[in-house]
Design a protein around this ligand. Sequence first.
Ligand code: NAP
Length: 396
Amino acid sequence: MMTGNPAPRRLSIFGSTGSIGRNTLDVVDHLGGRENFEISVLTGNGNVELLARQARSFGARMAVTANDRHYQSLKNELSGSGITVAAGKSGLMEAADREADWVMAAIVGTAGLAPTLAAARRGADIALANKECLVSAGDLFIKSIHEGGGRLLPVDSEHNAIFQVLEENQRHAIERVILTASGGPFRTASLEEMAGVTVETARAHPNWSMGLKISIDSASMFNKALEMIEARHLFGLKPEQIEVIFHPQSIIHSMVGYSDGSVLAQLGTPDMRTAIGYALSFPPRPNLPVERLDFARLARLDFEAPDERRFPALRLARLAMTRGGVQGAVLNGAKEVALEAFIERRLSFLAMADITERVMDDLAHLPPASAMDDVFVADRLARQRAAELMKLDAAG
Ligand SMILES: NC(=O)c1ccc[n+]([C@@H]2O[C@H](COP(=O)([O-])OP(=O)(O)OC[C@H]3O[C@@H](n4cnc5c(N)ncnc54)[C@H](OP(=O)(O)O)[C@@H]3O)[C@@H](O)[C@H]2O)c1
């Protein structure tokens, strides 16, 4: 009989220098690091120094910066290490082509689409943090997962929560999923107050510490809108089965309602390492040093229905899901341009949804995507149209 330790699992982390990527390496470290895992590829973009440090410390086989201009500095940082270095879009595709059992998809934005789809097609298990894969290219992405034969493991805390409490053998009995949302900094603000929101007030998320864009997306509920579309694709739901409820303490991360009236919820302190660890160890649960819930100290959990007049992004998500096709890509592309304009103080907070909805209406005729290029075209057209509309509004 053969004995000995099983071969270490091969992991790749796309976006290892970001918040999710750093937390993933922290979890890997807690679960035995190089003893239990072999790091195939780490990718980053601008933070070359951190990428090189991570690659050396975890003994990665390959390190990729998505930015061609950083190739030489990454090469210099890693000289003598024996670690293969690559850069640019082709470097990311090389990364996707490397052998890996499990890939963390944590590149922010549409840049994550092509490498993640390619890794899915190769058959790796995909731990999905990047939202665009499902929001913009949901049907194609799910098809790639099926073709490759790997598993899709949601990392976004809400979807990870649903994944944890969704009873696969009871699919027929699932009535609804309930995504929780903290409500952000403007949960109790009036419509008038929200008209005057600034970048500084919008970025202050009460419970989670995140980057600028995702914090503003959380304040406007666009982040929740993207999560609704994600949930539809991940769990094969109808738009009317997806509900959103404000829950300011962010302790319940989401819930699934069944036909017998039962609702199963996943609770925990807001720490992404729980979701990442679950996706890494699944099905067994790992041992992680996250803060434990103290119910006596918590005392209460509150809930309230979101007001879609103040948070129109939620209505736009439902519209995109009902229309289907590339409307998710259009919503996301238009929202990105509106968000940039808000950050640069060229657009008001509430106008982000207004611009997005007008672009979605203008591009409602686009056909469904049969290849990734169709998604990129929809994204480009949406961005162009959003810019045009803002120019027209500013002129008129
Ligand atoms: N943070 C959270 O709590 C959280 C929760 C749920 C879901 N998510 C989702 O997970 C994804 C990652 O979030 P994050 O918070 O980790 O973002 P982040 O901190 O901004 O990190 C993004 C990562 O992507 C890299 N990157 C940036 N631009 C790129 C480009 N053009 N091409 C290739 N790589 C690029 C960054 O590299 P450099 O840093 O080297 O520039 C970094 O490694 C997002 O889609 C987000 O919506 C995040």
